[in-house]
Each structure stands twice: as structure tokens, then as C-alpha cells.
Design a binder for this molecule. Structure first.
Ligand code: 5GP
Ligand code: MN
Length: 380
């Protein structure tokens, strides 16, 4: 009897051990993403860089921390470590003032403000390095210059389905950020990093993961951070510079938006915040003041989807206001299809954006009409 029992127990433990080991392997596979750059890809990019004398680095409209970090890290690497003499970062439009402290930010050209200078530089360029976007449409009018140019292009990005416009593509949608790929790109070239490169890379890792609260499960990410710390980054100071330097108006605008303007649709676990151009004026809105606002309703336990709409006054030549729409979600609840099919945008499954030209109330009507199609009703 005891013998029989022991055998049964042995079998049970063996089975349990196998299941446990399988689960452990699964966890290891998801924690180690195994991002390997093909040798030929790196060799080709190296040749393109070696041959280039006039390099333009560019990124998407409304640059965020990852866009700023990835372009500026490459700027420092190419000029200070690779010794390139003419390297210029051009961004399509203004970036938030809370990135002014970033090393090299003072050298960035903003296309919207200095078109002639930017056009001359893009015409002269013999290499473009593009980061953090998958479609030339995402970089506004520079996109047309980019496509028209015969100069080679390197793309470093983490969005799904990159368009076929670059000669050398490093696209890894499973990574945390474009900055992570820039880091891996530099290291794959057996190259070193300096403090400005490391600081810029850390900024993108931090902002694109919500200070390591999403897309940040890979242990390799923390190995990269350890390397950046060894290079001398002041991690806590970078957090402080980005997240603790807001104006009073910005914080009050956030309070107003959450208190007065947030609507919850409990059956759909959905939140909507809208801010009109008049409301933004009341709080002396500056570029970047609503950055991160769309994530806040997700702090509510039963809210899994959040949408934020911001009205921009019509620009000269465009009769209608532009409604900028941001989408966020948690878990297996994609919002990118909704963003692309209804709001002319797209993005990641859990973080997307789009736009609409029209009145804010029309955008809200469209939202109300379409969310039941794109959001599945769930229990509590
Ligand atoms: P945000 O809400 O922060 O402006 O955008 C979130 C994410 O959505 C971005 O990182 C980007 O991947 C994507 N995204 C934003 N706007 C657009 C857009 O107009 N088109 C596409 N394809 N993606 C967008
Ligand atoms: Mn990014």
C-alpha cells in the first residue's frame, strides 16, 4: 500500500516538476527577447555611416521622450564617437519644454519654424537616420523630402509594419522603445557610448515605458540600464527633469480635466476626456502640457480603456479645427484598429493616436457611435 502510494506520489511530483520547468522556460523566453541584428544588416548600416558626410536624423511629429532620446543619442554617437562633422537633428514640430535640458536639444532644428534651413540640409544630406516612426506620413512635410531624396536611409523603430522606404531597417516591435534599439544598434557595431548618449537613451526607455510600468518585462532592459548607469547617467535626476518640472498651470489643467471633464462608461470600462481650445487657453496651454493625461483614467480599477481628445485651433489655410485623439488600453484590448479605421491614425495595440478635422462635439459623436463596435463589453 505504502509502495503504491509512493509510486503515485513520485509520478505526481515528476509531472509537477515538468509543468513547472515548462512554465519557467516560457517565462525565460518572454523575459529574454533575443533581439539579434543580422550581421549583414549591421555591416550595411556601418558602410552607409562610413560613407556619409552630411547626416540628417529625424523623428515623428509631436516628439516625445523616445523620439528626443533616440535622435539625440544618435547625434552624440555619430558626431562624438564616430567623428562625423555634419550631423543635424530635424524634428517636424516643437517639442515640450521639459526636454530642453537634454544634451544637444539646443542644436535641434524644428522644421515648422525653420523650413528653408531644413530644406537645404535635407537636400544636402547623404544619409538619413529615422527613428521612432514607421511611415513617412508621421513626420509631416519632412516625409516628402525624405522620399524625394535619393540618399540612403536607416530606420530604427519599434512600431508594427514599417513602410518600405528605408534601405537599412532595424524594426523590433517587441522592444520597449526606439531608444532600446538605438542602444543595441550601437553595441552591435562594437562601439562605445558616452554620457550624453547614455542619458538620451535612458530618457526614451523611461518615458516610453511609463517609468518602467509597461512594456518593460524583459530582463535585458535592466541589463541595458545597468550599462547606462556604469556610463554615469543620473537616473533619478533624469526622472526629476522630465516629471517634476511642470508649471502650476499644467498641474491645474490636469486637475480640471480629471475633475470636470472625465466621463466614465462603466459597462465598457472606458473613459473619455476632452479639452477644447478655449479650456486649454484658460490654463495657458504649452506643448506637452497634456502629455500623460490619457494614462491617468487607467488608474481607476475598472477602467481598461482611455481616450483623450484635444482641440487645436485651425491653422492658417485649414478652415477646421484639428482634434488630436489619444487612445490607451490595458491587456489584450487593442485600440489601434479603432484609431486607424475611425480616426485616421494607428499605433501600438495598447497606445495609439489619430486625428479628425472638425468640431470637438463631432469627434465626441463619432466616438460615441463607434466605441461599441471596437470595445467588447466585459463583466466587472
Ligand atoms: P500619443 O497618444 O502619445 O500621441 O500616441 C501614442 C502612440 O500612437 C504613438 O507612440 C504612436 O505609435 C501612435 N500614433 C499616434 N498618432 C498616430 C497617427 O496619427 N498615426 C499612427 N499610425 N500612429 C499614431
Ligand atoms: Mn517610441
Amino acid at each position: 500500500m505504502t509502495k503504491y502510494f509512493n509510486k503515485k506520489m513520485q509520478k505526481f511530483f515528476l509531472f509537477f516538476a515538468h509543468v513547472h520547468f515548462f512554465l519557467y522556460l516560457c517565462a525565460q523566453i518572454s523575459a529574454n527577447m533575443n533581439i539579434e541584428f543580422a550581421k549583414e544588416g549591421i555591416t550595411r548600416a556601418r558602410v552607409l555611416i562610413e560613407r556619409a558626410n552630411h547626416i540628417v536624423i529625424t523623428t515623428h511629429m509631436a516628439p516625445d521622450g523616445d523620439a528626443m532620446g533616440s535622435t539625440l543619442a544618435l547625434f552624440h554617437w555619430l558626431s562624438e564617437i564616430c567623428g562625423k562633422e555634419s550631423v543635424q537633428v530635424i524634428v517636424p514640430n516643437a517639442f515640450p519644454a521639459f526636454f530642453n535640458w537634454m544634451p544637444g536639444a539646443e542644436n535641434i532644428l524644428i522644421y515648422e519654424k525653420e523650413q528653408a534651413k531644413c530644406n537645404a540640409l535635407t537636400e544636402e544630406a547623404d544619409l538619413f537616420v529615422c527613428t521612432d516612426f514607421n511611415d513617412p506620413k508621421r513626420i509631416g512635410p519632412i516625409g516628402e523630402k525624405l522620399i524625394a531624396s535619393s540618399a540612403p536611409k536607416i530606420l530604427i523603430d519599434h512600431h508594427l509594419h514599417p513602410m518600405d522606404f528605408a534601405d537599412s531597417v532595424f524594426s523590433f516591435p517587441q522592444t520597449s522603445s526606439a531608444c532600446e534599439i538605438v542602444y543595441r544598434f550601437i553595441r552591435s557595431m562594437d562601439s562605445g557610448i558616452n554620457l550624453p548618449v547614455a542619458t538620451c537613451i535612458y530618457t526614451g526607455l523611461m518615458t516610453d515605458t511609463g517609468n518602467f510600468s509597461f512594456n518593460s518585462n524583459s530582463c535585458e532592459l535592466y541589463e541595458i540600464i545597468a550599462d547606462l548607469l556604469r556610463a554615469g547617467i543620473q537616473k533619478d535626476a533624469i526622472y526629476d527633469a522630465v516629471f517634476n518640472q511642470y508649471s502650476t498651470d499644467r498641474v491645474r489643467l490636469t486637475g480640471y480635466a480629471l475633475y470636470r471633464k472625465m466621463r466614465i462608461f462603466p459597462e465598457y470600462h472606458l473613459s473619455l476626456i476632452t479639452l477644447s481650445a478655449d479650456e486649454l487657453d484658460q490654463y495657458h496651454y504649452q506643448v506637452g502640457d497634456t502629455e500623460g493625461l490619457v494614462n491617468m483614467p487607467l488608474q481607476i480599477s475598472n477602467v481598461y480603456y482611455s481616450v483623450f481628445m484635444r482641440e487645436e485651433r485651425p491653422k492658417p489655410g485649414t478652415p477646421k479645427p484639428r482634434i488630436r485623439v489619444s487612445f490607451r488600453s490595458q491587456g489584450d484590448r487593442p485600440v489601434n484598429i479603432w484609431a486607424s479605421e475611425v480616426f485616421h491614425g494607428g499605433g501600438h495595440a495598447n497606445a495609439s493616436g489619430g486625428e479628425l478635422f472638425g468640431r470637438l462635439d463631432q469627434a465626441v459623436q463619432l466616438f460615441e457611435k463607434t466605441f461599441p463596435k471596437y470595445i467588447k463589453k466585459e463583466g466587472k
